[in-house]
Write a protein that binds this ligand. Sequence first.
Ligand SMILES: Nc1ncnc2c1ncn2[C@@H]1O[C@H](COP(=O)(O)OP(=O)(O)OP(=O)(O)O)[C@@H](O)[C@H]1O
Ligand SMILES: [Mg+2]
Length: 252
Amino acid sequence: MSILTLQGVSRTFDGLIALDAVDLSVEKGEIVGLIGPNGAGKTTLVNVVTGALRPSAGQVIFDGTSIGGRKPYQIGRLGVARTYQVVQPFPEMTALENVMAPAVFAAGASDMETARKKAREALEFVGLADSADIIASELTLAGRKRLELAKSLAMKPKVLLLDEVNAGLNPAEIDGALELIRKIAASGVTVIIIEHLMKVVMTLCTRIVVLHHGAKIAEGTPEEISKDEQVIKAYLGKRYSQNLAGKAGGNG
Ligand SMILES: Nc1ncnc2c1ncn2[C@@H]1O[C@H](COP(=O)(O)OP(=O)(O)OP(=O)(O)O)[C@@H](O)[C@H]1O
Ligand SMILES: [Mg+2]
């Protein structure tokens, strides 16, 4: 059984169709890439799955339970977590305190000591153990991105949706983030990653789904997607696909 299924999911905003009857099945253990041009509906899909937005139509099924239209905290407690395209730490709180909050509210840590312990584990996992007492706003961008990951991991998710976690990072930081995302997947979390950097998507993902004007226009392996005429036309561009020919991984 799929861990996450979307059946005919649509979302409109005053007549604008942001998601257009999207069907999607994600299997446990996959790393699925969600790509498409600006405004394609990627973040809207994350918002609908995590309960920030109600679907206008269709079904969202998580682990056998219909979750479409439920509240974010309910969906979070069931095991769906996300990161935000624009990182949103509590700026005045320390890294540790930032991670304690989701450990209490979503993962149900019953006392502060347990929450602190869970938060420390999450910080350690993302490589921020030494930054636990640093005020969130004083972390580097790469540090704040890792903090976002720690916050979502403290929710003990089964499915994690990453909305452009690598945007703004330098190549070395991106390599570090890739390693961390692989480690998250290896720990048993199913990952859906929105990403504009093709190098990241092509090397990391087991499967790629392409959105364009809210509709799913293709899905397949990185190799299939990189050769798909419709995807090249809508998003990748000719130059990229030529670069990629005969060179798995390619240039981003
Ligand atoms: N809350 C909202 N109210 C009105 N329109 C919205 C809202 N959220 C998204 N939209 C519109 O829906 C469409 C899809 O937006 P979305 O943010 O999902 O795109 P995206 O694929 O994440 O783009 P990007 O790559 O730029 O992040 C856009 O036309 C956007 O302007
Ligand atoms: Mg977006």
